[in-house]
Write a protein that binds this ligand. Structure first.
Ligand SMILES: NC(=O)c1ccc[n+]([C@@H]2O[C@H](COP(=O)([O-])OP(=O)(O)OC[C@H]3O[C@@H](n4cnc5c(N)ncnc54)[C@H](O)[C@@H]3O)[C@@H](O)[C@H]2O)c1
Length: 248
């Protein structure tokens, strides 16, 4: 018996990086998957790899910032598997820009992809959970940028602060119905999202007490804990997965 046997997990942004690692980790623990990303070719490969572990994986090209597309994804997932029990809001974008040079378009896009998506996915699955009395779990990708400031990252850090706050509000509002919501705050995780190899190496040597960048699997293991019944008495938390970065 896997730790997620009999469950279905929706994971956004699953084509690469942390989302891919979460999808494969959950599949290894027996969860059927509802996966989405903008990159359908890579997502198809992740779905095939997940299915090789003996589960089923439905995948769609979904822009998570668009309500109609998210609604379609959830509807398709429920008609395939009967219910979605866990939603992992992982899809996200990042850019570096000095605050005074950040454009309206950049700001609006990052708010839409990193925050509106969490609002949409969470609201759409929670409506199902209330209707069918499901004690579902939400796992959101915040960041250490939700708790500390980074130069040239004001828009990104703002989105992650919003994700952390939205997580707590959902946890408070739906705790009485048995619905849990938690977030993770990764530090520097080695994925294609990272902008500078030079910075990464410097941080690993100086700012990260465990003296290495994080790997996507380091985050996926915590997501598994938060999605599973092992975290049944934890809600509204933000768990740092940062190799000790926040100790500095
Ligand atoms: N890598 C890090 O160091 C780090 C640190 C803290 C938090 N995070 C967060 O973890 C999450 C995953 O990050 P990652 O490093 O794996 O990033 P990544 O860029 O490697 O992967 C993100 C995935 O999201 C998808 N995506 C982007 N916009 C989308 C949209 N509108 N609709 C659907 N899919 C979309 C991309 O196509 C990509 O496959 C993000 O929310 C990120 O902010 C990452």
């Amino acid at each position: 018996m896997g730790r997620l046997s009999g469950k279905t997990a929706l994971i956004t942004g699953a084509a690469r990086g942390i989302g891919r690692a979460i999808a494969l980790r959950f599949a290894a623990e027996g969860a059927n998957l509802v996966l989405c990303d903008l990159n359908l070719a890579s997502l198809r490969e992740v779905a095939a790899e997940a299915e090789s572990k003996g589960v089923k994986a439905l995948f769609r090209r979904t822009d998570v910032s668009v309500r109609s597309q998210v609604q379609q994804l959830v509807d398709d997932g429920i008609s395939e598997f009967g219910m979605i029990h866990t939603a992992v809001n992982n899809a996200g974008i990042f850019f570096n820009a000095p605050f005074e040079q950040t454009t309206d378009e950049q700001y609006e896009r990052i708010m839409a992809v990193n925050v509106r998506s969490v609002f949409l996915v969470s609201q759409i699955v929670i409506r199902q959970w209330l209707k069918h009395e499901i004690k579902g779990t939400i796992v959101n990708l915040a960041s250490i940028g939700a708790a500390v400031a980074f130069v040239d990252s004001s828009a990104y850090c703002t989105t992650k602060g919003a994700v952390a706050t939205l997580t707590r509000c959902i946890a408070l509002e739906y705790g009485p119905r048995g619905i849990r919501a938690n977030s993770m705050a990764p530090g520097i995780i080695d994925t294609p999202m990272l902008p500078s190899q030079a910075d990464n190496e410097r941080w690993a040597k100086t700012a990260i007490p465990l003296r290495r960048l994080g790997e996507p699997i380091d985050v996926a293991d915590v997501a598994l804990f938060l999605a599973s019944d092992e975290s049944r008495y934890i809600t509204g938390e933000m768990i740092f997965v940062d190799g000790g970065w926040m100790l500095n």
